[in-house]
Design a protein around this ligand. Structure first.
Ligand code: NAD
Length: 290
């Protein structure tokens, strides 16, 4: 087992670092928040006062941070040139494709191998070690990253070259945002047309309207498998994070010259929902506005 530095012990990173420790790795952790480090210490991680100290002697550095700006400043300021040159760098945060590529380029120029490895799955999956990782990087870097990520997830998929993990993540979540709204709208319309909602679910879940948003995460309470709708839209995947991912998708689409009218509308609707105070609730709660 190896020495792994872990930076960013929040809602997601806290559980991920704990799972690395549980798998027998020596986890050298850092976060700006004392609450987060105390929790990580209780979960078997050793806490260091700075990133530079945490990465000393590490065979790998894993990060789970809020956004691209922070990822760039942590890697260029405190990891690159401070971690051993042989250390594999793995950023699991959800960030924009351009920054992911820029940071990987800076790492490679300094002799490091780096992957972008954003995740699908929320806090429960991070705690339970059942995340799905989509990984961008060279084949050699992926081969080294796979066993480390496997200790925190149920699936580790090579998406392609550097930045491809982030590209897969935002394209996936653009489908999710749009299909969730479409599912919510259809249930709202079905109700207004006098359909029994369970009956509509029984039909549509076996017909061409079926999607993950409907059959794994139904936004209507009491219908389909248990979901945040059954819990007052608490927990799950916050609408503010869905909005973050949709904004990243819009940015990427603009840069690539892609037409994304449905994604753009989903971003507008989640922006309005968040502005009206819904940002902290699960993203399926947008049904309440329809
Ligand atoms: P969070 O805000 O709970 O955690 C982020 C942590 O980073 C915090 O503990 C914060 O103190 C720490 N941090 C910030 N700046 C730092 C710095 N310079 N050095 C060290 N630590 C620093 O966020 P989260 O929900 O854990 O999300 C982390 C990432 O995972 C985000 O990119 C998010 O988009 C992505 N993500 C989240 C979810 C989810 O359901 N929460 C799902 C998939 C992906």
């Amino acid at each position: 087992m190896s020495k792994i530095a872990f930076i960013g012990l929040g809602n997601m990173g806290g559980g991920m670092a704990a799972n690395l420790a549980k798998a027998g790795h020596e986890v050298r952790a850092f976060d700006l928040s004392a609450e987060a480090t105390t929790r990580a210490q209780g979960n078997g991680c050793a806490i260091f006062p700075t990133v530079r100290e945490a990465v000393q002697g590490a065979a790998a550095v894993v990060s789970m941070l809020p956004n691209g700006k922070i990822v760039e400043s942590v890697y260029t300021g405190e990891v690159i040139g401070h971690a051993p040159a042989a250390a594999l760098l793995l950023d699991c945060s959800t960030i924009d494709v351009a920054t992911a590529r820029k940071v990987e380029d800076a790492a490679r120029t300094s002799g490091y191998e780096m992957v972008d490895a954003p995740v699908s799955g929320g806090i429960a999956a991070a705690n339970g070690g059942t995340l799905t990782f989509m990984v961008g990087g060279s084949g050699a870097a992926f081969a080294k990253a796979e066993p480390i990520l496997a200790a925190m997830g149920k699936a580790v998929i090579h998406a392609g070259e550097p930045g491809a993990g982030q590209a897969a993540k935002i394209c996936n979540n653009m489908i999710l945002g749009a299909t969730m709204i479409a599912t919510c709208e259809s249930f709202a319309l079905a109700e207004k047309l006098g359909l029994d909602l369970q009956t509509f679910y029984d039909i549509s879940s076996k017909a061409s309207g079926q999607s993950w948003s409907m059959t794994s995460y139904c936004p209507v309470p009491g219908i389909g498998p248990s979901s945040p709708a059954d819990n007052g839209y608490q927990g799950g995947f916050a609408a503010a994070l869905m909005l973050k991912d949709l904004k990243l998708a819009m940015e990427a689409a603009q840069g690539a010259g892609a037409q994304v009218p449905m994604g753009a509308r989903a971003a507008e609707l989640y922006a309005a929902f968040t502005a009206a105070g819904g940002g902290g609730t699960d993203f399926s709660g947008i049904i309440k506005t329809l």
